[in-house]
Design a protein around this ligand. Structure first.
Ligand code: ATP
Ligand code: MG
Length: 360
């Protein structure tokens, strides 16, 4: 009797390079999914906030851009960055202000080896991994504070100030503990560099152990970030949920993606856990100028990000279903070149759509 359809309003920011290809692929898959399952639909709005537009008009986002975004249920982001624009301009022109203004203080980055794909660790004894990296997304090393003094002299000094606050650390630790608790192994590894960085990182450690007292059922350990890179390669199975700062988690999640087979499959969710603002979903890879315009980008990270968006919107079953389909497609060997296959973006996208129509 109640066959009402829920409409999710999603704003797409395809951005630059392969961001455009993979956003288009994700939209196609999401529309196919909602049509096959019924009960919900997407209403997509696309904005051209890109480096190309920036070069023409001098801005990434209009002055009311952040306010515009707040009207949507979710944001789907492709990639930003282009060789003609210094990276710090493009990052601070678009993605970092969005994360900050919309209180997206958590960035969740799951990693696992999908069926039919091979990890570069394949020859190691423990070549299996299933991780969730919880990245602090609002402060730390990316606080944007600092400056350059004596800039035009041989004695120029650049300072980059990392800011860690009790409130900021506490909330990311709680989210990480909740994530660890929700997973079968209930295990959380905290990453730090408090041997060399003796203020903010020491506070980071201290708050971690304080919050840990509320989560007696979660097994914890602490790693220095340098040793962590070694452990991820040599003993991947010993890790489950990982919590790290903005910079550390950025680096570790690229490593994680590479270890899982390709940076092209890795998703991320920029979440405002209070749900007062829309959250933003994007593959972790960049605009990949070297393969842009060739139609060969791996869309799996975009599909996985789309699945996480669907999950956050409350359509748990649809999200699981989409991931099952994506995995059946990789398992069947329908893969792009970065995963050792011979398909292009379109081929993988169409295979996923066909499979959705078949399975649901
Ligand atoms: P950013 O600064 O935005 O993180 P980046 O400079 O780190 O970007 P990427 O754009 O992520 O770099 O590309 C890194 C490498 O991975 C490139 O060689 C690129 O071609 C490859 N790559 C990235 N994404 C994909 C994808 N979806 N499919 C195939 N190859 C990819
Ligand atoms: Mg990168």
């Amino acid at each position: 009797i109640h066959d009402r359809t829920t409409i999710y309003r999603v704003v797409c920011i395809p951005g630059d390079g392969i961001g455009v290809d993979i956003t288009e692929a994700a939209v196609q898959v999401l529309n196919t999914l909602s049509k096959a399952l019924g009960g919900f639909e997407f209403e997509f709005t696309t904005v051209d906030w890109s480096s190309k537009a920036y070069l023409e008009r001098g801005w990434y986002m209009p002055p009311d851009g952040l306010e515009q975004l707040k009207k949507f249920d979710a944001i789907y982001f492709g990639a930003v960055g282009w060789p003609d624009v210094p990276d710090h301009i493009s990052l601070w022109g678009l993605i970092l202000p969005i994360r900050k203004a919309l209180n997206q203080y958590v960035n969740v980055r799951p990693t696992r080896i999908l069926p039919g794909t091979t990890s570069p660790l394949a020859n190691c004894a423990q070549a299996d991994l299933d991780w969730v990296i919880v990245r602090e997304n609002s402060e730390g090393e990316y606080s944007g504070q600092g400056g350059i003094s004596h800039e035009h002299s041989p004695h120029a000094i650049g300072t980059e100030v990392s800011i860690f606050t009790q409130v900021g650390i506490e909330r990311i630790m709680r989210f990480a503990f909740e994530t660890a608790r929700s997973r079968p192994r209930k295990k959380l590894t905290m990453v730090t560099k408090s041997n060399a960085q003796r203020h903010g990182m020491v506070l980071w450690d201290k708050v971690f152990y304080e919050v840990a007292k509320e989560y007696g059922d979660v097994e914890i350990d602490k790693m220095l970030v340098d040793a962590m890179t070694v452990r991820m390669v040599l003993n991947p199975k010993s890790l489950d949920t990982i919590v790290a700062t903005n910079l550390h988690a950025d680096i570790l999640s690229d490593l994680a993606a590479a270890l899982s087979g390709s940076i092209g499959i890795a998703p991320s969710s920029n979440l405002d856990p209070t749900r007062k603002n829309p959250s933003m979903f994007e593959p972790i890879h960049g605009s990949a100028p070297d393969i842009a315009g060739k139609g060969i980008a791996n869309p799996v990270g975009a599909f996985w990000s789309a699945a996480e968006m669907v999950r956050w919107l409350g359509e748990e079953k649809a999200a699981d279903g989409l991931m099952k389909v994506v995995e059946s497609v990789t398992a069947a060997g329908v893969k792009t070149k970065d995963l050792g296959g011979s398909e292009n973006t379109k081929g993988v996208t169409e295979a996923v759509c066909r499979e959705i129509e078949k399975q649901f």
